[in-house]
Design a protein around this ligand. Structure first.
Ligand code: PTT
Ligand code: SF4
Length: 598
């Protein structure tokens, strides 16, 4: 971006074989090419958009891509997964990934039109919300292109800014939008028309068709199409795990007013990612008659967690986040934190639980980095340090990334998942809460919990994030995992199996961990893998689980079990033997420059 230059590079076969694509590519590139200690918002940071070998083919839910960088929110590895037309277009332009470095002199956007690749002036787009900017870009470059954008919050370097696309898809919770803004990069617009090369196109086509058919026959298919992720509101309310009033309570009096059943009566249309036959973005109109696409996380974090119990109002807050490019989970956490801090008189802010107008003001102020919004948009961890007075005790974050919408006062397995997620408190890697509750083991801290977390991290955080496909067919409908090695082979010609996929997951996990340790050096310790203090120290305040909380000593034992199973030492750092086993010998030697390996 600094020089205004672009170039196309080939990647090595070794990179493809060991890291496959998506998150695997991203972490390896960041490991190899990013100087340790780089300021995430400096021109030296790298922003990576990476598809995988399945992306773009006509097979289940392959319209996704990973956006990754060193995170300005956490100081460690950060990524997100976004479903967008930009994904198939990128591959049809003949590219697997885009790596952005430097900082443009003035607002710019990247145009990829097959082989025509360049950096363009975005002065007339800067300052526009993501909807308007996308519409303007598509007016010029064609409606059929794919766009990746930031809103004003990314431009203003709000650390909870995300990358957005298609009026309601978002990815890169750990501040990937701010990294984009720090490069003066407003958007990428991508149009690809080439044929996607496959090893065995006929087989891939058949397997793809087979997969779509199998999905439609799944028991839960019809219900999923009606409610998508929104069914989780009712489920969490029943399980007393619905974040309410900054994770103080696990149930919300007005939950029925914001759940999937209420939503069903209001839906005006559905939207989703490319190549998907289980479209899950349910759109309703907000208080101002604008469209807003709802998902479980958005609704809970901007609803029960801040005490707002009107779905149209929640939709307004959600729409604002999408337009401004703020992560809804981060924003809902920051607002809940501010409401609690105001209640405790730690900050001078006129806002109370359920205050819809106050929440709107705060969202705007976070996006434009104004007043208290400027402090909150740093994320709750940094905001609490500025505010002081014990505010750190009620930040709901791990490693600086705010928790997604699951209260874990009585879910040690899910707490471990948040604790050991490779980007901070995100549910994406190991959503074990459903298993934990349905198996009736909520009070248990046994090794089966660590085992399940690792199993899910391999499948979700390893395989799906590197092949790059949506995990919902599998986790929500029970679509068989065996399809994926077959898809991989038909696409690439490389024979593989699920065990190799799990090894890939472990390799990626070890390298992401190495990245964090290299960045944190001597400051790294196992406390980094602890869930928020509140779940240990402040029992649930409401509902049938009132009084329940996590136990620190038992959690610590569980964490040790997890480390042992992973072959990590008691600091949570992969041992030399583990690195060798995962074919990360050279990476281990590099890590040894920063910390002694066991
Ligand atoms: C994801 C996180 C989630 S997870 C949600 S709702 W979810 C929030 N969505 C936001 C949004 O919307 N707008 C906004 N301004 N901020 C938002 N922040 C939140 O971001 C999303 C779906 C969902 S909906 C989920 S779980 C699954 N996630 C997948 C994943 O991570 N990997 C994968 N291989 N497949 C996945 N499928 C599902 O995709 P982050 P999307 Mg998202 C409006 O990016 O950073 O990982 O945070 O991508 O295209 O919107 O699809 O109940
Ligand atoms: Fe996108 Fe939903 Fe389809 Fe997954 S199931 S690809 S998130 S529309």
């Amino acid at each position: 971006m600094t020089k205004g230059k672009t170039s196309v590079q080939k990647y090595s076969e070794d990179l493809a074989r060991r890291f496959v694509g998506g998150r695997g590519f991203a972490v390896k590139l960041l490991w190899d090419e990013l100087k340790p200690g780089t300021d995430p918002l400096s021109s030296d940071n790298m922003l990576i958009f990476a598809t995988g070998p399945l992306t773009g083919f006509i097979l289940p839910n392959s319209g996704k891509m990973v956006v990754a960088s060193k995170s300005p929110l956490t100081g460690g590895y950060g990524d997100g997964n976004i479903g967008t037309q930009a994904s198939p277009h990128l591959r049809k332009a003949g590219l697997e990934a885009v790596i952005v470095t430097g900082k443009a002199e003035k607002p710019s956007y990247i145009l990829i039109d097959d082989d025509d690749i360049g950096i363009k002036d975005a002065s007339d787009l800067w300052g526009l919300d993501s909807y308007k900017a996308e519409a303007k870009l598509k007016e010029e470059h064609g409606k059929a292109s794919g766009a990746l954008l930031i809103g004003p919050s990314g431009e203003n370097l709000a650390r909870i800014a995300t990358v957005v696309s298609q009026e309601g898809r978002a990815g890169g919770r750990p501040g990937m939008g701010a990294v984009m803004g720090s490069k003066n990069l407003k958007a990428l617009i991508i149009h690809g028309t080439k044929e996607l090369p496959a090893h065995d196109p006929a087989k891939l086509k058949d397997l793809g068709q087979d997969g779509y058919q199998a999905i439609m026959k799944k028991d839960n298919y019809k219900f999923w199409k009606r409610q998508g992720t929104m069914a989780t509101v009712e489920w969490c309310q029943e399980a007393n795990t619905l974040p309410t009033h900054n994770f103080n309570e696990g149930i919300f009096d007005k939950a029925p007013d914001i759940d999937g059943n209420t939503m069903e009566k209001m839906v005006i249309k559905q939207r989703g990612c490319p190549n998907c036959n289980m479209i899950c973005g349910n759109v309703i109109t907000d208080t101002e008659g604008r469209e807003s696409e709802l998902d479980y996380e958005n609704v809970v974090m901007l609803g029960s967690n801040i005490g707002v119990g009107d779905l149209k109002q929640v939709a307004t807050l959600n729409r604002m986040c999408d337009e401004l490019g703020l992560d809804t989970i981060g924003a809902g956490n920051c607002i809940g934190f501010a409401m609690e801090a105001a209640e405790k008189k730690l900050i001078d802010l006129d806002i109370a639980w359920g205050d819809f107008e106050g929440a709107k003001r705060l969202i705007t102020d976070m996006a434009y980095m104004r007043g208290m919004g400027a402090t909150l948009a740093l994320g709750t961890k940094k905001a609490a340090k500025k505010i002081g007075g014990g505010a750190g005790g009620f930040t709901m974050q791990v490693k600086g990334l705010e928790c997604s919408a699951y209260d874990c006062h009585l879910c040690p397995g899910m707490a471990l998942s948040f604790g050991t997620s490779p980007i901070g408190a995100h549910h994406k890697d190991a959503w074990v809460i459903s298993w934990e509750i349905s198996s009736g083991t909520r009070r248990e801290y046994g090794p089966e919990k660590a085992d399940k977390v690792i199993e899910f991290q391999r499948i979700r955080g390893g395989m799906f994030e590197s092949l790059v496909a949506c995990r919902f067919p599998w986790i929500e409908l029970g679509f068989e995992l065996d399809y994926y090695p077959q898809y991989f082979e038909a696409a690439t010609g490389v024979k593989t199996n699920l065990d190799e996929m799990w090894a890939l997951g472990d390799r990626i996990y070890a390298l992401i961990r190495a990245f964090w340790v290299r960045e944190y050096g001597g400051k790294w310790d196992r406390q980094m893998d602890y869930p928020p203090k509140r779940w240990f120290d402040e029992p649930l305040k409401k509902g049938v689980l009132k009084g329940e909380h996590l136990h620190r000593d038992r959690y610590d034992e569980l964490l040790q079990t997890y480390y042992d199973m992973r072959g990590w030492d008691d600091r949570g750092i992969p041992t030399k033997a583990t690195m060798d086993k995962l074919k990360l010998g050279a990476e281990a030697a590099e890590l040894e420059k920063f910390v002694k390996l066991n």
